[in-house]
Design a protein around this ligand. Structure first.
Ligand code: OXD
Ligand code: MN
Length: 593
């Protein structure tokens, strides 16, 4: 029975049924009973594997095809009506042409299968920030993941109401999981996403990257708000006041670790705490008080498993101990628990590696093979997180004091610096870059520019996106959050990381928050304001003030090279590059003379 009377939903659904021709249609109401039935069915067909229910209650395992293990940027399209609206950093195709192509591929694709109709809400139900999507899919794996990652079920239709047409249409079919026919397509002007021939997380959980970043960034531009690839965390001081920071880093720079960090002993003793609001996406609006407020539109964490352990991120590990779906990690066959590289130094002897082969895990890894795929994942409910913020479900979100950008740079970027203004901060975000981790062997890696960590996720022209950032800054005026850049990844001449990172990153966040409250000094450098070395608290650390001085050093020669790289990058954007950013680049160059 239909879960809504909304004619816009019903009309679209009729079209999807006529196109894909499923044998059955099942509305997902999100009830425990329905989800249990789907879990049982997926276990009986082998789509999901039941893990040890004593050690990992409610946890399931799923393995994808070896050709289907990550997001596919080269098959991801933004089909705006005008090519220039997609910009030079997105694949584009004419919407009509793409619809025709996809139509042929979706025609009858669900014959003999069940179509699941998933209503879901990104953001807390009842929040003015929240938006509704409907995903139809032929995959139970998608239904069970969407249950964890979103507010899924009948309540989402309450949020939408009976008349509204403001919902994102998502059509997914795993089809034959054929990489040649794999497409992840966004039609921003039609509020529509089409995904076909993949059954892997980021390509098929359409609420996440596809909606909450690509479509939502476009909506934000139209409606005056921002959808960003940012974590949200709160730092509580001993007086019980909590200040919030959002931070954007390219994929694989430790966003989940920072979002869940455990304060160093000296801060813990004094009563400091860190609270997680989100680890990947922030939707931000100007509140009635004129400040910028953020929500996490998601309801769970889709985290990279390898490298997660009791030291790097005990909170994430604890979050995965119940009600979690593991994808492409390894299984310990003796007790049906999970394992991945970096969990501990004890790979299971009787292991099932991620592709499904039974191997001696100790020998297999000793030969240099990986038991878990490097992009294997956990899908874990946010409520499991020991440090989940009590504001997680707050309809108004949290007020943002600071926005932090960062990347992985072996030499160029200092540990931390502050932008001179919002406009300069937009420049700092626009020049974000990361180096490939060849840096670990001493060689400086290849620089990949990833402005605001949004390069693969901005649903429109990056030049227009920067303009939108500048306009938001104008509206915020002196209530705008302060903008910073951090780099945890500077290396010494042997290629070793100098800064301890992980929980100790709080020491840098403390300077950032002190700056926001006017409590800390700064020194001016060619690239922005830096802390005085003595103002980064190193109590209890094995490093000296001189090391901090080194970490803050701005090498003018390297920055002159950097400026050349920025010029080159900026030329891509032609006359859509805001003049303000051109001016900021000129200022940087003048400062480096
Ligand atoms: C992610 C990513 O999966 O950024 O979050 O790639
Ligand atoms: Mn991400």
């Amino acid at each position: 029975m239909a879960l809504t009377n909304n004619k816009n939903v019903l009309r679209w659904l009729d079209e999807m049924i006529a196109l894909t021709k499923p044998a059955h249609v099942e509305w997902i109401d999100g009830s425990d009973e329905q989800l249990q039935k789907l879990r049982d069915e997926a276990i009986s067909t082998g789509e999901m594997i039941k893990l040890n229910q004593e050690e990992l209650p409610g946890c399931l395992y799923h393995r994808t095809r070896p050709n289907d293990v990550a997001r596919v940027e080269d098959r991801t399209f933004i089909c705006s009506i005008k090519k220039e609206d997609a910009g030079p950093t997105n694949n584009w195709c004419d919407p009509q042409e793409m619809h025709e192509k996809l139509h042929g591929m979706y025609d009858g694709v669900m014959k003999g299968r069940t179509m699941y109709v998933i209503p879901y809400c990104m953001g807390p139900i009842g929040s003015p920030f929240s938006k509704v999507g409907v995903e139809v899919t032929d995959s139970i794996y998608v239904v069970l993941n969407m249950d964890i990652m979103t507010r899924m079920g009948a309540d989402a239709f309450k949020q939408l109401g009976d008349e509204s047409n403001d919902f994102v249409r998502g059509l997914h079919s795993k089809a034959d999981v054929d990489p040649e026919g794999r497409y992840i397509v966004h039609f921003p002007e039609e509020n529509t996403i089409c995904s076909i021939n993949s059954a892997y997380g980021g390509n098929v959980l359409l609420g996440k990257k596809c909606f909450a970043l690509r479509i939502a960034s476009y909506q934000g531009k139209q409606e005056g708000w921002m959808a960003e690839h940012m974590l949200i965390l709160g730092v509580e001081n001993p007086q019980g006041e909590v200040k919030y920071i959002t931070a954007a880093f390219p994929s694989a720079c430790g966003k989940t670790n920072l979002a869940m960090l455990i304060p160093p002993e000296i801060y813990k003793e004094k009563g400091y705490k860190v609270w997680t609001v989100g680890d990947d996406i922030a939707w931000m609006r100007i509140g009635p008080d004129g400040r910028l407020w953020a929500i996490n539109p998601e309801n769970g964490f889709f985290g990279v498993a390898p490298g997660t352990n009791t030291k790097s991120n005990p909170n994430a590990l604890a979050t995965t101990r119940k009600g979690t779906i593991f994808t492409n990690v390894a299984i310990n066959k003796d007790n049906m628990t999970v394992w991945w590289e970096g969990l501990d130094k004890n790979p299971p002897v009787n292991a099932i590696e991620w592709k499904g082969a039974e191997v001696n895990g100790k020998e297999y890894t000793a030969e240099g093979n990986k038991l878990a795929h490097p992009n294997s994942r956990f899908t874990a409910p946010a409520v499991n997180c020991p440090c989940l913020s009590k504001e997680f479900d707050s309809p108004n979100g949290v007020p943002v004091s600071a926005i932090v950008f960062g990347g992985r740079r072996a030499k160029t970027a200092p540990l931390v610096y502050q932008s001179r203004s919002w406009q300069h901060g937009v420049f700092v975000g626009s020049i974000m870059a990361s180096e490939t981790t060849a840096a670990a062997t001493g060689a400086v890696g290849v620089v990949r520019r990833d402005p605001m960590a949004m390069l693969p996720f901005c649903g429109y022209h990056m030049g227009d996106y920067w303009k939108h950032w500048l306009e938001m800054g104008e509206k915020l005026g002196d209530k705008a959050p302060k903008i910073f850049n951090v780099n945890w990844f500077r290396t010494d001449d042997e290629g070793h990381f100098i800064w301890p990172g992980f929980g100790d990153n709080l020491r840098v966040l403390m300077w950032i928050l002190d700056r926001c409250e006017g409590k800390a000094d700064a020194v001016e450098t060619p690239i922005g304001f830096e802390p005085k070395a003595e103002d980064i608290n190193i109590e209890g650390l094995d490093i000296t003030v001189d090391t901090i001085r080194d970490l803050l050093n701005v090498d003018k020669d390297l920055w002159r090279e950097e400026a050349k790289g920025i010029h080159e990058f900026y030329t891509k954007f032609g006359d859509k590059l805001p003049k303000e950013l051109q001016d900021e680049l000129a200022t940087l160059e003048a400062n480096l003379k």
